[in-house]
Structure formats: C-alpha cells, structure tokens
Design a protein. Structure first.
Length: 188
C-alpha cells in the first residue's frame, strides 16, 4: 500500500513506464518471479531457492490491531474478540502472538470472524468491532480511519524483513534497477 503511490510517481515521471503491481502471498510472488511473469518481487520470508537472489529491502513491524477501545491482556481476550484472517494472516499472527502469549492454543484455534484477501479491506471488519488482526505497521498506517482501530503495543515486538527478489541467472534490467533505487530512496 505504501509502495504503489511511489511507483505511480515514477510512472508520472516516465510516461513510457507501465507499472504492474499485485499483492499476493510470498509463494505466489516467488512463483511469478521464477516464471518470468514479474522481474522483481517483495516477500517476507527469505527464499532458499538458488534460482532467486534475495536482498534486504526494508523492515516492517507486525502489529496486533484491535477495534478502538478494546484491550487484550490474555489469550482468552483474543478468543473473545475473534480473528480476522487474510492470506498471510495465520503466519503473521503466529509469529507475533506465539511470542507474546506463550503456551497459547495457536492461531488456528481462535474463532475466525472473517477473511479478506484485499489488503485495503482487512481492517474494515476490525474497525467495525468484528474481530482483531495482525498486519504490518505500514498497512495500518495506510488505513484512513485510524480512530476506529488500535494498535496494541506488544511486550515482544516482531519485525519482518522484506526481501527484494529476482532471478539469479541474469542481472536486473536497467529499468528495474531505477525502480529499486527510487523505492529505496523514498521508503524508510
């Protein structure tokens, strides 16, 4: 959500550039890069596939996001609120919640109150009080109705590394190099 406006600014500067931007789980991003559907991709897990080169692009903290006014002290509070899932939801929630609620029953055992595969819509049910979710801080900051949600400060923070990937057998095109330089200059 934070990258797309930066990419559009670059496209405005270079009208011949066509931006193809897509949100997808890590596995789909790796597959798209490996099968030449995209030259570069951003993922949260460093790939162990030798056909890919991965370099650190950014770091993004994960956040436990609650409806405004809700508080969580124990795992039972999360069970009462319920989980709003998304394509990376189980993995993100497991990484954050396992460290902050040790000995819990696991994310899969929480009541699921909804699911959205649209990054811009995941916080809508949270804002309406229907459940909680775990998202990167950047996604929360892009949400327009900040007063309807609360990001809980966790005792044990979890920060994901975002990896920039591309095929290992050839260097990035000059165009993609320029895009990466532009994004790195404006992302931080």
């Amino acid at each position: 959500m934070r990258l797309y406006p930066l990419l559009l600014s670059l496209q405005e500067k270079y009208p011949g550039l066509a931006i193809r931007h897509r949100f997808a789980p890590d596995s789909e991003v790796m597959d798209a890069v490996l099968h030449n559907r995209y030259e570069i991709g951003l993922i949260t897990q460093k790939p162990d596939d030798r056909r890919l080169v991965a370099e650190t692009f950014a770091h993004e903290p994960l956040e436990l996001i609650l409806p405004a006014g809700r508080e969580v002290e124990r795992w039972e509070d999360l069970e009462q609120i319920g989980f709003i899932d998304h394509p990376d939801g189980q993995a993100m929630a497991t990484r954050l919640l396992s460290r902050n609620f040790p000995g819990n029953a696991g994310v899969r055992n929480l009541p699921q109150r909804g699911f959205s595969n649209q990054i811009s819509l995941i916080l809508e049910p949270v804002a309406r009080g229907l459940g909680f979710t775990v998202l990167p801080q950047f996604a929360r900051l892009a949400w327009p109705a900040q007063n309807a949600i609360t990001a809980m400060t966790c005792q044990v923070p979890v920060t994901d590394t975002i990896w920039l990937i591309h095929r290992a057998e050839w260097p990035l095109s000059r165009r993609s190099e320029e895009v990466v330089i532009h994004l790195k200059q404006h992302f931080g």
